[in-house]
Design a binder for this molecule. Structure first.
Ligand code: RFL
Ligand code: PHB
Length: 418
């Protein structure tokens, strides 16, 4: 368990924790470990510019905001983040009726709210803190390739990779943290027969656009329309983020800007609602939707965190928040391991995280089932399924108990309470 810095000139280096992936999971883990005096090296396959510009999540739940504040990386978040105290569910009581809004008031129901702040802004803040040294610095290598993890069942695992300059490297460590997302290599490094995958793939995806258009709403609107789901979100006082439910095999290229705005107009229509339009700041893209959990999240000295271990459909806004919740538990366990040699926290890591993961999986599946239009041929899309969906929407909109359950899950269950 020696602590040492990477020696970039040699082909071999040592650290305590080798972290694969510089997304929210890997970067927050590196930050928390650095505060606990544990040495870590982060290896990222993409360039700094790429990870800083990748547009993804936008909702930070309350425990995520608290953690980023405690870690000392929330200055810009506190200045620029947009606190929201609720969301609206928009739907029509029946096809002939106009859509109306049903606000879920988080502040009133659970006394806490969320903050809208782009995932790539969180990533930028964490990279600046690590690379530019404002947070004490730490090793972070971009544009690495051929990453492979070895000897994870021993006390001396290692990671081999090719550095950005093309040279082969070996990073020896005590622990490997697989924070390399859904398409990473760490999940598949578990030996045959040591993990199970539970998965559900939805027959639709989201077409997402980012527009230079001032938001006209103060809060997010989730709309269940006959033609499919639509989401009205935002990134800043100048930028709106919008999503449309589309078939899973849909080609984003088939959607012209005019068609996208028309469809948003139709699906979001509601008395008094207007929407600003504007140029798209990036190419519209389609994201497929799935639920997935790989269990357990640990094999000996390899720990999976974030999307590497689990995926949720984005309807509950939980993906980034779960990734950060995982590494909070992992950082505490590793700090205790390196300071006292105790493996108790390491042993608890997977079961502790999985309780929160399955709560978020259920919530995300539930939101997805309630808000989307299922095909007539889908078991959820026949007349019975549609009537159940409408009943659930009405109940959530009118019962304080049902609305409180949505609010509590959306705002984020307190650390350690699940
Ligand atoms: P990431 O962010 O995918 O980071 C993994 C990193 O690992 C790198 N990598 C490798 N590096 C080295 N070697 C390899 N072999 C590697 N393979 C991969 C990748 O380049 C990357 O930098 O995973 P992490 O850190 O677990 O974070 C998870 C979140 O990114 C994800 O759950 C969220 O974006 C999901 N999500 C949302 N989450 C929320 O909490 N709130 C939201 O509002 C929300 N909205 C969304 C979303 C995801 C979406 N898409 C595009 C999937 C909306 C959308 C549309
Ligand atoms: C977003 O702003 O990107 C966003 C917001 C809420 C979601 C998913 C995505 O449920």
């Amino acid at each position: 368990m020696t602590q040492s810095r990477v020696a970039p000139a040699s082909g071999e280096a040592r650290t305590q924790v080798g972290i694969v992936g510089a997304g929210p999971a890997g970067l927050v883990l590196a930050k928390l470990l650095s505060r606990a005096g544990v040495d870590a090296v982060v290896l990222e396959s993409r360039s700094r510019a790429y990870v800083e510009q990748r547009v993804r999540a936008g909702v930070l739940e309350a425990p995520t905001v608290e953690l980023l504040r405690e870690a000392g990386v929330a200055d810009r978040l506190d200045r620029e983040g947009m606190p929201h105290q609720g969301i609206s569910l928009r739907f029509a009581e029946d096809t002939a009726a106009p859509q109306t809004d049903h606000r879920i008031d988080f502040a009133d129901l659970v006394g806490r709210g969320i903050v809208v702040y782009g995932q790539q802004e969180v990533v930028k803040d964490l990279i600046a803190d690590r690379v530019d040294g404002s947070g004490g610095g730490g090793a972070l290598e971009f544009e690495v390739s051929d990453v492979a993890v070895h000897d994870i069942a021993t006390d001396a695992p290692s990671i081999t990779y090719t550095a950005a300059d093309g040279s082969p490297r070996t990073l020896r460590c005590d622990v490997v943290a697989g924070c390399d997302g859904f398409h990473g290599v760490c999940r598949d490094a578990f030996p045959e027969g040591t993990r199970r995958i539970a998965e559900r793939i939805y027959p639709f995806g989201w077409l997402g656009v980012l527009a230079r258009a001032a938001p006209t709403q103060d809060e997010l609107v989730y709309s269940n329309h006959d033609r499919g789901f639509a989401l009205y979100s935002m990134r800043s006082p100048e930028v709106t983020r919008l999503y449309l439910q589309v078939p899973a095999d849909c080609n984003a290229g088939d959607w012209s800007p005019a068609r996208i705005w028309d469809e948003l107009d139709t699906r979001l229509a509601c008395e008094g609602f207007t929407m600003n339009t504007g140029e798209f700041l990036e190419e519209p893209s389609v994201t497929g939707m799935r639920s997935m959990v790989a269990e357990p999240m640990r094999h000996r000295r390899l720990f999976l965190a974030g999307d590497a271990a689990h995926i949720v459909p984005p309807t509950g806004a939980k993906g980034m928040n779960l990734a950060i919740a995982d590494v909070r538990v992992l950082a505490e366990a590793l700090a205790s391991f390196f300071s006292s040699g105790s493996e108790t926290g390491l042993d608890e890591y997977s079961p502790t995280c999985l309780r929160r993961v399955w709560r978020a999986e259920h919530f995300s599946w539930w939101m997805t089932s309630m808000m989307h239009r299922f095909d007539d041929s889908d078991p959820n899309g026949d007349a019975f399924g549609r009537a159940l969906q409408l009943s659930q929407l009405r109940y959530t909109a009118t019962s304080r108990a049902a609305a409180t359950s949505l609010a509590e899950n959306y705002v984020g269950l307190r650390h350690g309470s699940v």
